[in-house]
Ligand binder design. Structure first.
Ligand SMILES: *Cc1c(COP(=O)(O)O)cnc(C)c1O
Length: 377
């Protein structure tokens, strides 16, 4: 599914030297490598401020807390994402209100979000937290319109979307704030846990810096209850090396995606969708956007049997995500039930992520597509 050693090998010396330099200083918390990375990341994404932190999950919490989203507020988000998209809202003291996804992109459907905002729970809504799932930006034109009309904070979960764009604007520069994760499987990754919040708002950036360090502006003087959510120097040193290569890696991901498309079409398996019939529905790049190709996710009817078949042939695949968030035990208290979000539930039954990473070889992709063709015939 993912061979990180292929990325490490050519960077080995550069990475070891970068980590070595941090060890020589014996300064590990925040520090110069973090400040350097924050400047490089902000420039890369075309955003005024970047604030490094300990994980994508903490980035989501920090973004919400800094934007003043807490007790009494409701936040609209998607039921089809990683757990943290919803848990971070609860951590911030707010209430998640879910709206179904658009079946072609798997992202929050702005029309469904609007219906929720117009519904009985709508009056408490203070923010929308869309997720750019798999690297495809949510329909930001519609999200921004909705946010503007209702004066809502817009917080991107951009954990999977480093390098993604909506109408020429990078993910991370679209909303009031955006959360990134540098978890080892992400497009830009650390050697452990790391994350970042981006914003164009100087006051928000200052608040983020305070909250990531126990609400301190001045050492041992605590203005608010923040948390320890800092980025450490070793992770930042690694990210400073890798950020130089990430555009090239994303171009390689795009080539991998293009080849999958071509192979599936050549094999006569590609269907238009949004729902599969006898073949596979290929992932969709919305016109005017740039997919970051974090994942290459197909839809197919006999998904679990296909995954088993691939696994027996030594081919990795993954299900992101098998249980929609409204059906997670931990979120029982939200009061949702099966049937509430049919698109998310159907996606959870049909999606299968195929191997995609910059160093994936054409012959390996051929093997994957041939195996899927064998299964479907
Ligand atoms: C990875 C991810 C997160 C959480 O990031 P961590 O760094 O693992 O805490 C949040 N949201 C989405 C959509 C993710 O993919």
């Amino acid at each position: 599914m993912l061979d990180l050693k292929r990325q490490y090998e050519p960077l080995r010396i550069e990475l070891l030297e970068a980590v070595g330099r941090v060890l020589e200083t014996q300064h590990f918390i925040l520090g110069e490598p973090v400040a350097l990375f924050e400047r490089a990341a902000a420039q890369h994404l075309g955003v005024a401020h970047a604030v490094g932190c300990s994980s994508g999950t903490d980035a989501l919490w920090l973004a919400l807390a800094a934007a003043g989203i807490g007790p009494g507020a409701a936040v609209v988000t998607t039921p089809f994402s990683f757990f943290a998209s919803v848990s971070s809202i609860l951590r911030a003291g707010a209430v998640p209100v879910l709206a179904d996804i658009a079946p072609q992109t798997f992202d929050l459907d702005p029309a469904a979000a609007e219906a929720v905002i117009n519904g009985p729970r709508g009056s408490a809504v203070r923010a929308i937290l869309p997720v750019h799932l798999y690297g495809q930006c949510v329909n930001w034109t519609e999200v921004a319109r909705l946010g503007g009309e209702r004066n809502l904070k817009l917080i991107e979960d951009a954990a999977q979307a480093w390098g993604g764009e909506w109408q020429g604007v990078k993910a991370g520069a679209l909303g009031d704030a955006a959360a990134f994760s540098f978890y080892p499987t992400k497009n830009l990754s650390a050697a452990g846990d790391a994350g970042m919040v981006t914003t164009n708002d100087v006051a928000l950036a200052e608040r983020l810096r305070m909250l990531r360090q126990h609400g301190m502006r001045r050492r041992y003087f605590h203005d608010e209850i923040g948390w320890n959510a800092r980025l450490d120097s070793v992770q930042a040193a690694i990210l400073n090396v890798k950020i130089k290569y990430v555009d090239g890696w994303n171009r390689a991901r795009r080539s991998v995606a293009k080849r999958y498309h071509a192979f599936f079409h050549a094999a006569g398996l590609a269907e238009c969708g949004p729902y599969p019939e006898h073949g596979v529905v290929l992932p969709h790049e919305v016109t005017g956007s740039r997919h970051a190709w974090h994942q290459y996710v197909i839809r197919t009817r006999r998904r679990d049997a296909l995954r088993q078949f691939l696994s027996e042939r030594g081919i990795g695949s993954e299900i992101y995500y098998p249980v929609p968030l409204h059906l997670q035990k931990a979120f029982e208290g939200l009061g949702y039930k099966e049937g509430d979000f049919p698109e998310a539930e159907r996606a959870a039954r049909e999606v299968l992520a195929l191997p995609i990473f910059p160093e994936l070889r054409e012959a390996e992709q051929e093997t994957v597509v041939r195996a899927i063709a064998d299964f479907l015939s």
